[in-house]
Design a protein around this ligand. Structure first.
Ligand code: SF4
Ligand code: SF4
Length: 240
């Protein structure tokens, strides 16, 4: 059986592991400001919690390789390939073709999101995060960002074909991101899908995973506010 250990001295009490775990293994002790392992048997060894932890405070023993879903290269490649194509539609340059390509991608994302949702319950955020992180490691590194602020600026440019990201960052822990143009919002409108659903969850976590990897930080979503013309995300940033 998998054994989970939390280094309580190292833990910074961010609650990211509690939010991230697809099977709700943790409960947060508000008084002591640390997570408790309450359902160890439910752990299936995805290692999302240790990946997201900014303090590297969570370790697992006896994780069988086949249980490491997010470390299975085929699954990672599938999720990252589907998501990676989102921000790389510079060709074809023709707007009509670009829209058709994005619509097609959106439909594929929608089906992959619902498959993940059905097969792995609440794991969609973790899948999005891993896909974003994987993308960050696959990009050519012409320029490695010096800090999280620079990673943000790079992301704005990087994702601009599909998303108009407008971040406001205070340089430490407070980050607000407004999203103007968004191909997922357009897709939801066209398909009659309510905003804020699986695609939006995948989108946010994809960006958060990418930013976390590029800027050596972990992001905690405090509030998301979908809107017809603009969506807002209030985020807390934990830099290492
Ligand atoms: S490894 Fe996955 S299932 Fe296990 S506690 Fe961590 S997040 Fe939860
Ligand atoms: S993610 Fe790490 S630092 Fe944050 S609460 Fe969990 S164990 Fe503590």
């Amino acid at each position: 059986m998998i054994k989970i250990t939390i280094d309580e001295e190292a833990c910074v009490g961010c609650t990211l592991c509690v939010d991230e775990c697809p099977t709700d293994v943790f409960e947060f002790d508000e008084e002591k400001r640390i997570p408790r392992v309450v359902k160890e048997k439910e752990c299936f060894g995805c290692l999302s919690c240790s990946e997201i932890c900014p303090a590297s405070a969570i370790t697992h023993e006896d994780v069988i390789q086949s249980e490491e879903y997010y470390h299975d290269m085929d699954n990672i490649k599938l999720a990252s390939r589907l998501a990676a194509e989102v921000h790389l539609p510079n060709s074809p340059s023709d707007d009509k073709h670009k829209k058709a390509a994005l619509d097609d991608l959106g439909i594929r994302l929608l089906s992959v999101a619902s498959v993940f949702r059905q097969t792995l319950g609440g794991s969609l955020p973790a899948v999005g995060t891993m896909a974003g992180r994987t993308l960050a490691t696959q990009l050519p590194r012409y320029h490695v960002p010096e800090d999280f602020g620079e990673a943000l600026k790079m992301a704005v440019e990087q994702f601009s074909p599909a998303w108009n990201l407008k971040p406001e960052y205070d340089g430490s822990s407070k980050l607000d991101i407004k999203v103007g143009k968004c191909f997922i919002r357009e897709l939801c409108k066209d398909e009659g899908i309510e905003l804020g659903g699986d695609l939006c969850v995948l989108f946010y976590n994809y960006i958060a995973g990418y930013l976390g990897k590029m800027g050596d930080a972990r992001l905690k979503l405090l509030q998301s506010t979908p809107g017809d013309k603009e969506c807002k995300y209030n985020v807390e940033v934990f830099t290492k």
